[in-house]
Design a protein around this ligand. Structure first.
Ligand code: MN
Length: 341
């Protein structure tokens, strides 16, 4: 098609210079992923490891179920809570603030950031590449493959597309550029979408605890209507982010789901929020809202306009935080709708 060109890195020089500061074969390199590492984090790390074969992959505390399946089916390992001392370089992947990788102070080893979230935190390192317009970190890794001219094999293709699929909610929030990247990867590698999807969603229909978490989110739902728009909150003990998405499908326009269940004793909470596209178009930016409100509870927050969250330890009961957030979203929505009406 005329006028259509393949996507490229937004700032090729900056991306190249970050990647060039990594050890050539990845000797002593740690690819460090956020807590509950998702498909994007893990997919990106697997594709990066093909470029830096001696690198190790590690995640803070846990890995999400689909991401674990991806690792398993591509035959890759991951360390939970890897040691950070004495590394040649630590590349923190897909992470917008230090608490997501459990850092209280900067690591003693040199470190850098590769990410696509709107940065709400300023990292104290010169090695940073952040492109908030990329759908996913995987898309940035794809850009880097394009820059180096390295071949994208089957393994890298599955890993990269899995990352993109994960962060775009199966292309729901995907731009034409992201779609083009995926088409390009599929063409080059000979991998089919069916292979990618089977790898990551095999569990979907058989994961009992996920089904139960989603149903409980529906059962415990409280909603407030602003005109014809619905702001819903609920709580679960796991799968809060997919539960928030399920609430949108069920009819909410904005959904916030909290998880303080199992971690109740330690005061640890995770809160996930989602907005439908028309809400984002109205001017609601959940990434900004979560980053702004999180400090009130001693939490850290951030994310994207349609999908964001906050997490950390707090003495404030989860129920109260959720009620506050609902009130805040209702007020903001009301203000914006006044403007429209
Ligand atoms: Mn991501």
């Amino acid at each position: 098609m005329r006028g259509i060109s393949l996507p490229r890195a937004r700032h090729p020089g900056a991306l190249r210079s970050l990647m060039r500061s990594l050890p050539r074969k990845g000797e002593g390199l740690l690819l460090l992923l956020h807590q509950n590492a998702d498909l994007d984090a893990v997919g990106s790390a697997i594709a990066l490891k093909s470029l830096y074969p001696e690198a190790e992959i590690g995640a803070y505390q846990s890995v999400s179920l689909p991401a674990r399946q991806l690792l398993e089916s591509l035959g890759e390992g991951i360390q939970i809570d890897p040691h950070l001392e004495g590394r040649t370089f630590i590349l923190i992947v897909d992470t917008s603030n230090p608490s997501q990788v459990g850092l209280k102070r900067p690591p003693t080893s040199p470190y850098g950031i590769l990410d696509h979230h709107q940065e709400t935190f300023t990292w104290d390192t010169p090695y940073v590449y952040v492109d908030p317009e990329a759908s996913s970190t995987a898309e940035i890794v794809y850009h880097y493959y394009r820059l180096t001219g390295k071949r994208i094999g089957r393994k890298e293709a599955i890993a990269l597309i899995a990352g993109i699929v994960g962060d775009t909610a199966k292309f729901r929030y995907s731009s034409p550029e992201t779609m083009l990247a995926v088409v390009h990867i599929l063409k080059k590698s000979g991998v089919s979408m069916e292979e990618v999807l089977n790898t990551i969603e095999g569990e979907e229909y058989f994961n009992y605890s996920k089904k139960v978490a989603h149903l409980k989110a529906a059962q415990r739902l409280r909603f407030i209507a602003v005109g014809d728009q619905i702001v819903a909150v609920s709580r679960v003990s796991s799968f809060e982010s997919t539960a928030a998405r399920v609430l949108l499908v069920a009819g909410a326009d904005l959904a916030v789901v909290g998880n303080g269940g199992k971690q109740k004793k330690t005061g640890e909470v995770r809160i996930s929020s989602r907005a439908k596209p028309h809400i984002v178009n109205m001017g609601i930016n959940l990434g900004e809202i979560m980053a702004e409100l999180a400090p009130r509870y001693g939490l850290e927050g951030g994310g994207h306009p349609p999908a964001a969250g906050m997490n950390g330890r707090t003495d404030v009961p989860l129920g109260r935080i959720l009620q506050d957030l609902q009130k805040e979203l209702v007020n903001r929505l009301r203000e914006l709708m006044k403007g429209v009406g």
